[in-house]
Design a protein. Structure first.
Length: 246
């Protein structure tokens, strides 16, 4: 009797282990090929993305490169099943100077484009992008209190998005003209005066370095609350941002 009981317990244990392993494999496959969760650690994409936002990034939107996989194994070069980004997409990528870190910014320059900022206005191939003031962005965090105008930029495609300019007239508001090389992209943060992007150390980003397209915010917590502290969700949740598309 004791032997049968022990055998049943052993079978139950192996069944549990099998289920856990299968669940982990499924999660890894989903994360690698379909959707990967990311959280926002900095304010470089305000007002579009806030510190404490958690979002899903589609890995299949631009195909796959070695940066699509955990630990970036050097299995192949370039991309397979590649899709082209559209100007205005919010994208997770690996900057050339920091290949082990994920950045998230908005792509404003495609291969061959000429990009320049003049008095805070974005010029694309010599033409200004429509920019209109549209309200005020106010935020009180543990680190700062912010209240600045929101500017809505509208691309020729009709896509609109919001930006902020926290320090009008500083060096980031006037740049040289950048010509985007073939096979590369030019990124900027929507928080134009507080973003390390293609104007600075990031530079032009190779197509291979794209990880995925930001799609939707599924969780948003203020006060730098870690997601695992679920008991703080009722008080720290930004309810109005949940399921916001990007």
């Amino acid at each position: 009797m004791a032997s049968k009981t022990s055998h049943k317990q052993e079978n139950a244990l192996w069944e549990t282990v099998s289920v856990v392993v299968q669940a982990l494999i499924l999660a890894l496959v989903l994360r690698t090929f379909l959707f990967q969760p990311f959280n926002i650690p900095s304010g470089s994409m305000k007002p579009t993305l806030l510190v404490g936002d958690y979002l899903f990034v589609s890995k299949f939107s631009y195909g796959y490169s070695k940066y699509s996989f955990p630990f970036s194994p050097n299995l192949f070069s370039g991309r397979i099943w590649g899709g082209e980004p559209e100007r205005g997409d919010v994208i997770v990528f690996r900057p050339p100077h920091q290949l082990n870190t994920d950045f998230i910014k908005r792509v404003v320059g495609l291969p061959g484009d000429k990009i320049q900022l003049r008095d805070s206005v974005l010029y694309l191939n010599g033409k200004p992008v429509d920019r209109q003031e549209s309200g005020t962005f106010s935020e009180q965090t543990l680190r700062e209190s912010l209240s600045v105008p929101i500017y809505k930029e509208t691309l020729a495609s009709g896509l609109s998005y919001q930006t902020i300019d926290t320090q009008p007239g500083n060096r980031s508001d006037n740049t040289t003209e950048y010509v985007v090389p073939e096979g590369h992209y030019f990124f900027m943060g929507d928080n134009r005066d507080n973003s390390d992007d293609s104007r600075y150390s990031v530079g032009f980003v190779p197509y291979e370095n794209l990880v995925g397209k930001a799609q939707v915010i599924f969780l948003s917590l203020e006060n730098e609350t870690p997601a695992y502290q679920f008991w703080r969700w009722p008080t720290d949740m930004r309810w109005g941002r949940i399921f916001t598309g990007l």
